[in-house]
Design a protein around this ligand. Structure first.
Ligand code: PLP
Length: 396
């Protein structure tokens, strides 16, 4: 791009013309009334059906207290990268506890899931190699593949035979465990076979599965009964169901050691603040102790799907395991934006998701449920969605 404000204006005008302008919704505060997740937006309180705080842990008092205690003891910043002096006892304990939780030999903490995925792909693949990705894989897996210098191949979403036809000579097969925008679970047992038959690393990004699916919340690998041999590289995040921030890779001792030695997104960045690690440790304990959060989430998800399908709201099929990500498919960018505005007028925050986050023609409202929602909030959301969707259909 040439230097100059007219160049920037033209680029922005182009985004706006295509209904793809992105906006932020500034949260001014949260209401504590009961278990309502209500946020204040442009002066109005909206019920938040867009966050990834699936278990309602992001504003848990015990987790906040752990963060405060740790800040008083260790300070607010880690002060350096992990390999200099930024690695504190809170980080070390969190890594041990996550290794025990995921039943892997070792865990390496990262500041974000985005950086963890860059680390995995740049360490396991390089120039002259090929990486195979599900077409709907998260942007950070795609960017990791691009940064690695390997050739990228993509297979049709969740299509095992397409993966099998493309896998020859690939060193890595990477997929979301639970897909972030569709909410379906990857066909992991079959993908694990495909990867293992061709000696490719299976990388599972379980940002949306961890804490949410599996009998004890261990994620999509537990759901499918896959062990560390079947799925040797597991990425999980702490900023979604665990209500804090950061991410980790779990795997064999050698894998983790090599990531630590080589991954630039691990080496050249400041370690997470110790209070964040302390908060994540408390969140992990609460999540394991309080199964009711996951059970409640399942109940609310079933309730939402049952009511929404009675009203003819266009949901995606679940493929067997419903997750708290329940997109309402609207097609065009304009329809999704219009629905977002109407919902906001009725007191709901449900953000429109448009290309390039999702494929062209599949703009949607991404409804996410949380254990912190009430039945009546879910019921009221379905009422409004039903009205908005039928109006959109009659106008099209
Ligand atoms: C959110 C997300 C990430 C990135 O994690 P951050 O910690 O937010 O950087 C990676 N993969 C998937 C599938 C995600 O949904």
């Amino acid at each position: 791009m040439k230097r100059g404000s007219s160049e920037l204006q033209a680029a922005l005008a182009n985004i706006e013309r295509n209904h793809l302008l992105r906006e932020r919704h500034t949260v001014e505060g949260y209401e504590e009334s009961g278990n309502r997740v209500t946020l204040r937006q442009s002066g109005r309180a909206l019920v938040d059906f867009s966050s990834n705080d699936y278990l309602g842990l992001a504003r848990h008092p015990a987790i906040a207290a752990a963060m405060c205690d740790s800040a008083a003891r260790y300070g607010t910043g880690s002060g350096a990268s992990h390999l200099i002096t930024g690695h504190s006892i809170e980080h070390a304990r969190l890594e041990e506890e996550l290794a025990a939780f995921t039943r892997r030999e070792r865990v390496l903490l990262f500041s974000t899931g985005y950086m963890a995925n860059l680390a995995i792909l740049t360490t396991l693949a390089g120039r002259g190699e090929t990486v195979l990705l599900d077409r709907l894989s998260h942007a950070s897996l795609i960017d990791g593949g691009l940064l690695s210098g390997a050739r990228l191949k993509r297979f049709a979403h969740a299509d095992v035979s397409a993966a099998r036809s493309a896998i020859a000579n690939c060193s890595v097969l990477a997929t979301d465990g639970v897909f972030s925008m569709d909410g379906d679970v990857a066909p992991l047992p079959a993908l694990a076979c495909v990867a293992s038959e061709h000696d490719a690393w299976l990388v599972v990004d379980d940002a949306h599965g961890l804490g949410v699916v599996g009998a004890s919340g261990r994620g999509s690998l537990e759901l499918h009964g896959l062990d560390a041999i079947a799925a040797p590289v597991l990425m999980g995040t702490l900023g979604k169901a665990l209500g804090t921030f950061g991410a980790f890779v779990a795997g064999s001792a050698e894998l983790i050691e090599l990531l630590m030695q080589k991954a630039r997104s691990y080496i050249y960045t400041t370690a997470l603040p110790p209070p964040v690690a302390a908060a994540a440790r408390t969140a992990l304990r609460i999540m394991q102790r309080e199964d009711w959060r996951r059970e409640r989430l399942v109940e609310l998800t079933h309730r939402f799907r049952r009511l929404a399908s009675e009203r003819g709201i266009p949901l995606l099929p679940t493929g067997g395991t419903p997750t708290p990500i329940q997109p309402v498919m609207l097609g065009t960018e304009q329809a999704a934006l219009h629905a977002q505005r109407e919902l906001s007028e009725d007191g709901f925050c449900v953000v429109a998701i448009r290309p390039p986050t999702v494929p062209k023609g599949s703009a949607r409202l991404r409804v996410t449920l949380s254990a912190a929602h009430t039945e009546s909030q879910v019921d009221a959301l379905v009422e409004t969605l039903s009205r908005v969707c039928s109006r959109l259909v009659s106008h099209s």
